[in-house]
Design a protein around this ligand. Structure first.
Ligand SMILES: *[C@@H]1O[C@H](CO)[C@@H](O)[C@H](O)[C@H]1NC(C)=O
Ligand SMILES: *[C@@H]1O[C@H](CO)[C@@H](O)[C@H](O)[C@H]1NC(C)=O
Ligand SMILES: *[C@@H]1O[C@H](CO)[C@@H](O)[C@H](O)[C@H]1NC(C)=O
Ligand SMILES: *[C@@H]1O[C@H](CO)[C@@H](O)[C@H](O)[C@H]1NC(C)=O
Ligand SMILES: *[C@@H]1O[C@H](CO)[C@@H](O)[C@H](O)[C@H]1NC(C)=O
Ligand SMILES: *[C@@H]1O[C@H](CO)[C@@H](O)[C@H](O)[C@H]1NC(C)=O
Ligand SMILES: *[C@@H]1O[C@H](CO)[C@@H](O)[C@H](O)[C@H]1NC(C)=O
Ligand SMILES: *[C@@H]1O[C@H](CO)[C@@H](O)[C@H](O)[C@H]1NC(C)=O
Ligand SMILES: *[C@@H]1O[C@H](CO)[C@@H](O)[C@H](O)[C@H]1NC(C)=O
Ligand SMILES: [Cu+2]
Length: 587
C-alpha cells in the first residue's frame, strides 16, 4: 500500500475500514480500459513530488488508464435518525454513524470500494449517491431512488460497489428526497497525484447551510410552495456557533464551537472544499492567505492562485494553503452570497479558526479582518479552470437546447415546480428507470423526464438556457460523466455568435448556470446507463429540476440485478405500512 495514509491526520478514517489485498472482486468490469503504462522508473509521491504516483503520474489519462491496485476497501455506513446540536441548537438530524459529516471513505486511485449501507431511519427510505464517481459500467450503484434503485427500506441494507477510477476530494450523500439537508452526507477522499506540492492533506472541509427546523419541515411549510424561509446558520465541517443569549428556546443550548485547524508556519496544507449546501452559495476565504486551486470536482487543474473561492452546492475544489503569514489566529470564512432569494440570518458569521502553532494566545478568537472580496454567485472564471490533462472536444453528433423554467400547480395544492426541457421530473420510487429498462419497457412515463441518447462514443452538446426570468443561479450536476463547459454567462446563447471553447475547456461534474443565462456543456457518450442531470439546490431538485439521460439503452447491462431486485422487493414489502408518502420529485 502507498505511504499516503500516513500523511493523513484522520485517525477515524481507519476505523471501520477493512483492507482486502488481492481480493477476487477485482477490476473485471472495466478490464478493457486497463493498460499498464510502459515506465521503467517508478516515481514516489512525496511532499516534493506530488505529481508522481508510482508507475503512473499526473499526466496519466485517467479516463483510459486506471492503476490495478488489487485492493478492495470495505466500509459500513449506518443512516440514523438522531438528536444532535452541530451549532449548539438541538434538533432532529439525520446522520451516517452519528456524525456530521459522516465517516470518511478513503481509497487510493484504482481501488475497488465496497460500501454496505444500512437504513436505521425509522420513517424514511434512503439511497446513497457517490457524487462525481463516474460509475463506468456500474450504473446500478449510482444511488438514485426511482432512477437506479428502489429506496432502501427502514431496517434494510444495500451493498454498493464501484471502482475509484478518478482521484481527489468528493462526497457521498443521500439522494432520497431532501435528506442530505438534514445531515446525511460524508467525505470521499481518493488519493492520487496532484498538480502542485503540499506537505499535509488535511482532508475534506464541508460547507453547509444549516437551519434549526428540519429540512422536511422547511419543505412542507415553505419550499414546496415556492417559499423562501430565512435559514438560521451554516456549518464549517459540521460545526459552528450560534448566539443563544437572550433566547428562551430550550433547544438553544449555546454549546456550538468554531471549526479549528492548526498550521505550522512554513508548511503547505491541502484541503478539499466540498459544497454540501442546500441552496446558499458560499465564498470561502482565509484572512491574509491565498488559495492555490489544484482541482475542480475530481479533475486536476493547472494551479492558480486566488484570494477567495465561490463554492456552489455540489461543487468541490482542492486547494493548497501556504502557512506563510506571521504567527497569529486567522478567521476562515464561508460567506453566504447575496444572490438568489436566499436569506441566511448568520451569513457573515459562518467562521472557522486557523491557529499558527507557537502563537502564545491559542484560545482567543482571531482579530483579523478581510478586505473586499466579491459577493456574487458567478462560477469561478472559465479561464482559470484549465484541466491539467488536455482534452479537445470533438464536433457535436447532436446539439439540443434544454430550457429551464417553472410553474405553479395551483389546483394541486399550490405546489411549485421547476422544469427542464419543458418538463418537471417526478419519479416513482418503486419503479426505477433501470428496472424498467431491464424489463424492456419501451415507453417511459412522461414525468420521468427522460432524454434518450443513442450515439455511441460521440460528443453530445447541451445548451442549458434559463428562460425563467427569475435571475436565480443553479449549480447543474451531471451523474456518470465529467462534462466540458463550452460556454457560460448571462443572457441567451446565440448559435454562431456566442463563442464556445472546444480547446481543453473546464471539465467537471457541477457548474453554475448564470441567472437568466446559459450554460453550454458537452460530454462523450461512453457510459451506458441512466444518468440524472439536476440542479444541486436541494429544494429545486425536489421541485422537479432534473432530467434523466438514458444513454445507449440497448447496452445497459446490470451486472448485479439481484441487488437491485432485492432492494425493490423489500421496499415493496415496506410501503403498505409506511408512515409518510412521497411529496416531492423523489430525488
Ligand atoms: C458505522 O457504524 C457501524 C455500526 O456501529 C460500524 O459497524 C461501522 O464500523 C461504522 N463505520 C465506520 C466507517 O466508522
Ligand atoms: C425521527 O425521529 C422522530 C422522533 O422519534 C420522528 O418524529 C421522525 O419521524 C423521525 N424521522 C424519520 C425520518 O424517521
Ligand atoms: C421522511 O421523514 C420525515 C420526518 O422526519 C417526514 O416529514 C417525511 O415526510 C418523510 N418522507 C418520506 C417520503 O418518508
Ligand atoms: C473535516 O471533518 C472530517 C471528518 O468528519 C475530517 O476527516 C477532516 O479532516 C476535517 N477537515 C479538516 C480540514 O480538518
Ligand atoms: C493581514 O493583512 C492586513 C492587510 O494587509 C494587515 O494590515 C494585517 O497586519 C495582516 N495581519 C496579520 C496578522 O498578518
Ligand atoms: C504566501 O504564499 C502564497 C501562495 O503560495 C503567495 O502567493 C504569497 O505571495 C505568499 N506570501 C508571502 C508573504 O510570502
Ligand atoms: C496552547 O498553548 C499551550 C501553551 O503554549 C499548549 O500547552 C497547548 O497545547 C496549546 N493548545 C493547542 C490547542 O495548540
Ligand atoms: C491542447 O492540445 C491541443 C492538441 O494537441 C493543442 O492544440 C492545444 O493548444 C492544447 N491546449 C492547451 C490549453 O494546452
Ligand atoms: C425480482 O423480484 C420479483 C419479486 O419481487 C420476482 O418475481 C422476480 O422474479 C425477480 N426477478 C429477478 C430477475 O430476480
Ligand atoms: Cu436550481
Amino acid at each position: 500500500m502507498r505511504g499516503l495514509l500516513s500523511n493523513f491526520k484522520v485517525g477515524s478514517v481507519i476505523a471501520g475500514l477493512l483492507l482486502i489485498v488481492h481480493n477476487t472482486v477485482s477490476s473485471t468490469s472495466i478490464a478493457d480500459h486497463e493498460k499498464v503504462l510502459p515506465r521503467d522508473n517508478s516515481c514516489e509521491n512525496t511532499a516534493t513530488s506530488r505529481s508522481c504516483w508510482g508507475e503512473y503520474d499526473i499526466d496519466t489519462d485517467y479516463y483510459n488508464i486506471i492503476p490495478d491496485t488489487g485492493v478492495t476497501r470495505e466500509y459500513w455506513l449506518v443512516a440514523q435518525n438522531i438528536t444532535a446540536a452541530p451549532d449548539g441548537y438541538e434538533r432532529q438530524i439525520l446522520a451516517f454513524n452519528g456524525t456530521v459529516p459522516g465517516p470518511t471513505i478513503e481509497a487510493d486511485w484504482g481501488d475497488n470500494v465496497i460500501i454496505h449501507v444500512t437504513n436505521e431511519i425509522a420513517d424514511n427510505g434512503t439511497a446513497v449517491h457517490w457524487h462525481g464517481i463516474r460509475q463506468q459500467n456500474s450504473n446500478e450503484y449510482d444511488g438514485v431512488p426511482g432512477v437506479t434503485q428502489c429506496p432502501i427500506a427502514p431496517g434494510e441494507s444495500m451493498t454498493y460497489k464501484f471502482r475509484a477510477t478518478q482521484y481527489g476530494t468528493t462526497w457521498y450523500h443521500s439522494h432520497f428526497s431532501i435528506q442530505v439537508t438534514d445531515g446525511l452526507a460524508g467525505p470521499i477522499i481518493i488519493n492520487g497525484p496532484a498538480t502542485a506540492d503540499y506537505d499535509e492533506h488535511l482532508g475534506a472541509l464541508f460547507l453547509t447551510d444549516w437551519d434549526h427546523e428540519t429540512a422536511f419541515d422547511l419543505w412542507k411549510n415553505a419550499e414546496r410552495h415556492g417559499g423562501f424561509p430565512l435559514i438560521s446558520n451554516g456549518l464549517i465541517n459540521g460545526t459552528n456557533t450560534y448566539d443563544c443569549s437572550g433566547s428562551s428556546d430550550a433547544a438553544c443550548l449555546g454549546t456550538g464551537k468554531r471549526f479549528e485547524m492548526t498550521f505550522v508556519q512554513g508548511k503547505k496544507y491541502r484541503i478539499g472544499l466540498v459544497g454540501t449546501q442546500a441552496d446558499g452559495y458560499m465564498r470561502v476565504a482565509l484572512d491574509n492567505h491565498t488559495f492555490t486551486v489544484i482541482a475542480n470536482d475530481l479533475v486536476p487543474v493547472v494551479p492558480y492562485v486566488t484570494d477567495s473561492i465561490l463554492v456552489g452546492g455540489g461543487q468541490r475544489y482542492d486547494i493548497i494553503v501556504e502557512a506563510n503569514q506571521t504567527l497569529n489566529n486567522y478567521w476562515l470564512r464561508a460567506v453566504v452570497q447575496g444572490c438568489n432569494i436566499i436569506f441566511n440570518s448568520n451569513a457573515d458569521n459562518i467562521l472557522g479558526i486557523v491557529r499558527y502553532e507557537g502563537f502564545a494566545d491559542n484560545t482567543s478568537d482571531p482579530t483579523t479582518t478581510i478586505g473586499d472580496i466579491p459577493n456574487t454567485c458567478y462560477d469561478e472564471g472559465l479561464a482559470s479552470l484549465v484541466p491539467h490533462l488536455n482534452k479537445t472536444v470533438g464536433s457535436a453528433e447532436s446539439e439540443e437546447v434544454l430550457d429551464i423554467s417553472w410553474y405553479y400547480n395551483i389546483l394541486g395544492g399550490f405546489i411549485y415546480h421547476w422544469t427542464i426541457n419543458s418538463q418537471n421530473l417526478q419519479i416513482d420510487w418503486a419503479n426505477p428507470t433501470l428496472v424498467l429498462i431491464e424489463e424492456g419497457v419501451s415507453i417511459f412515463p412522461t414525468d420521468y423526464n427522460i432524454y434518450e441518447i443513442t450515439p455511441v462514443n460521440e460528443w453530445v452538446y447541451f445548451i442549458i438556457q434559463d428562460v425563467s426570468l427569475l435571475d436565480a443561479y443553479h449549480p447543474i450536476h451531471l451523474h456518470g460523466h465529467d462534462f466540458y463547459v463550452l460556454a457560460e454567462g448571462p443572457g441567451s446563447f446565440v448559435e454562431g455568435v456566442t463563442p464556445i471553447n472546444l480547446n481543453n475547456p473546464p471539465r467537471r461534474d457541477t457548474a453554475i448556470l448564470h441567472g437568466n443565462g446559459h450554460l453550454v456543456i458537452a460530454f462523450y457518450t461512453d457510459n451506458p446507463g441512466t444518468w440524472l442531470m439536476h440542479c444541486h439546490i436541494i429544494w429545486h431538485a425536489s421541485q422537479g429540476f432534473a432530467l434523466q439521460f438514458v444513454e445507449r439503452e440497448s447496452e445497459i447491462a446490470i451486472a448485479d440485478f439481484m441487488a437491485v431486485n432485492d432492494t425493490c422487493a423489500s421496499w415493496d414489502a415496506y410501503t403498505p405500512t409506511e408512515r409518510f408518502v412521497q411529496d416531492d420529485s423523489g430525488i
